[in-house]
Design a protein around this ligand. Structure first.
Ligand SMILES: [Cu+2]
Length: 591
């Protein structure tokens, strides 16, 4: 790895006040990003020493996902309106509560500091901001939730982070369930951040906790009735902090975890006798993998540049919170769900054997959404921040004792985006095939997975087109020359409508992974705006998406619907540092 353009402002160094600290005297409605370096050479002016070396393959990941168990009841019981008297922050009412709050499942998610997290034995135990699991441990990433369509969830999220915190990160939270079809007040809107002491500009009062109403419905409940259109199902979701101006540091500190949603088709049971069930590899052989790009100071403490508006590039990749860990697997098929947790790095992943030969697998999902058909004989995964890839790999072809590696071959010299591919790459995770499965592997990957919702020619022809330029304005990140305004929508769309959104990146250097909340969209076309040449869309990116990677000098058109819920949502760059520096836009859905 080359050294990167990062200023060392680790938690142990003197602390620079965050932007909200500057803004606390007034209401922090309009973010005020710092000036961007105009040229690459200037961006690389400050060179940091690399992270100290780690001990490879010294920590084992748990053999199965760390599940959060539901609780029998919440005390006090959930209400449609904010229970301020009982300590809830002042949120808007849950809509459709009478209609959809049926047979609910309750979770308690407690955001807490773990003072002694070990990323790697070479580094000292250190604080992270994780989540309390059912085993009493605070982990970062937090425990995994298995959800099911048609079973609404109330996630009671407690903010128990140290409010007197010193260092990077800000101890208010607004937890977003990326990219679920959730009502606005439960979406983790950036201005809905809360703590016992502070309330974001879109809340009325602070609180110890907030109920998130995650109804686990497909998009299209108004059009299709019931719980919506099953072709709109999501699978691999993740919850993460979306705190205004502080998303990147808070997510990097551990405010992130998996939320996997099953239904009658992707039922999470490979022994499901139902004719409709896909019978994909199911838990414990359904395993989520979160990648987070990190940097550590000379003392082995996690560091974070609080000054750079350009992005953060580390030189260590935490896999489920551990650096260069080992995952032991049985000789059978696994479903691996790979999530790029950011903040700014793009990955070009392979699974290779000890001789560095790339191993084949089957790609089944992009951005958490099952593809219409599986893509066989895939050998690479390219994912930008927040992009996901589900693959099925068959370890039964390997003798016991085989060692495989998840490697990243992306060359990325700065936070602008990929700079090429190296031959060797670097090893992120060792996979050891170490046992026979206790029972026969009856899982399969059928020829058909999940069909796509249709878009009619009439809809395409009649859809209004809105254009959004992701650029810099006066040296600051902007969308259509505007900075993020948390209190006023830049766009208002009518509930039930559909539009074509044209995302334009006129810059010559930056890649922006653009994320639109609430609904998945379909990528219609992609064009190089300098040459006018159409850019082909690879098959894995032709399904439903919620992250649209916008390379330099590119324009893309996506078709997106706005259904079922009203209120405030956001579109933003999911380079989390760009997001924190105002490359975000509020759109409101009205009746
Ligand atoms: Cu960006």
């Amino acid at each position: 790895m080359s050294t990167q353009d990062i200023v060392d402002t680790s938690g142990t160094a003197p602390v620079c006040p965050g932007r909200r600290t500057f803004l606390k005297g007034s209401v922090a409605t309009v973010a005020a990003p710092m000036i961007l370096a105009p040229r690459k050479s200037e961006a690389q002016a400050v060179v940091l020493p690399p992270s100290p070396p780690v001990v490879p393959w010294a920590i084992e990941l748990p053999p199965e996902a760390n599940l959060l168990q539901p609780v029998a009841a919440l005390d006090p019981p959930p209400l449609a309106w904010a229970n301020v008297a009982a300590g809830e922050c002042g949120r808007d009412d849950h809509p459709r509560f009478g209609q959809l709050y049926v047979n609910p499942v309750f979770y308690e998610l407690r955001a807490r500091e773990n003072p002694d997290w070990v990323f790697n034995p070479a580094y000292p135990p250190q604080p992270v901001w994780g989540w309390l699991g059912s085993d009493g441990q605070v982990t970062a990433p937090g425990p995994t939730i298995f959800a099911r369509y048609g079973r609404p969830v109330i996630a009671r999220i407690y903010n128990e982070l140290p409010q007197d915190h010193i260092g990077f990160g800000s101890p208010e939270i607004s937890t977003h369930l990326h990219n679920a079809h959730n009502p606005s007040e439960s979406d983790g809107f950036p201005g809905d951040f809360f703590s016992p002491l502070k309330a974001g500009p879109n809340l009325t009062v602070p609180g110890q906790w907030r109920d998130h109403f995650w109804p686990n419905v497909y998009a299209g409940i108004e059009q299709f009735g019931g719980i919506g259109d099953p072709r709109e199902a999501l699978g691999t979701c993740f919850y993460h902090d979306h705190n205004l101006d502080f998303t990147a540091p808070n997510v990097l500190k551990g405010q992130i975890g998996f939320y996997l949603i099953y239904d009658w088709l992707d039922s999470g049971n490979e022994r499901d006798n139902s004719r409709s069930a896909l019978r994909l590899p199911s838990p414990p052989y359904d395993y989520p993998i979160l990648l987070q790009d990190m940097r550590f100071d000379v003392n082995g403490m996690q560091s974070y540049d609080q000054l750079s508006p350009e992005g953060i590039l580390g030189d260590m990749v935490a896999v489920n919170g551990k650096i260069q860990p080992v995952l032991r697997v049985a000789r059978r098929k696994y479903r691996l769900r790979v999530v790029n947790g950011g903040p700014s790095r793009f990955y070009f992943l392979h699974i290779v054997n000890a001789a560095s030969v790339q191993q084949p697998f089957i790609r089944i999902a992009t951005d958490g959404n099952l593809l219409p058909r599986p893509l066989h004989n895939h050998r690479k995964i390219e994912i930008a921040p927040a992009e996901r890839a589900d693959i099925v790999i068959d370890f039964s072809v390997y003798p016991i004792g085989t060692e495989l590696y998840l490697i990243d071959r992306q060359i990325q010299l700065d936070t602008r985006g990929p700079d090429g591919v190296s031959l060797a790459g670097r090893q992120l995770l060792k996979i050891i095939v170490d046992r026979e499965p206790p029972e026969a592997d009856v899982s399969r990957v059928p020829l058909l997975l999940r069909g796509l919702p249709t878009i009619s020619a009439a809809e395409l022809a009649s859809a209004p087109v809105r254009s959004f330029a992701f650029d810099r304005t006066n040296g600051q990140w902007s969308i259509n020359n505007q900075l993020f305004d948390v209190e006023n929508p830049s766009v208002v769309v009518q509930k039930g409508s559909y539009e074509i959104w044209e995302l334009v990146n006129p810059s010559g250097g930056w890649h922006h992974p653009i994320h639109i909340h609430l609904e998945e969209g379909r990528l219609l076309s992609m064009v190089n705006i300098e040459t006018g040449v159409q850019i082909p869309i690879p098959p894995e990116n032709q399904g439903r998406r919620d992250v649209y990677v916008l390379p330099p000098n590119t324009s893309m058109r996506i078709f997106v619907r706005f259904r079922d819920w009203q209120g405030k949502y956001v579109m933003h760059c999911h380079n989390l540092v760009h997001e924190d520096h105002a490359m975000m836009l509020r759109f409101d859905i009205t009746a």
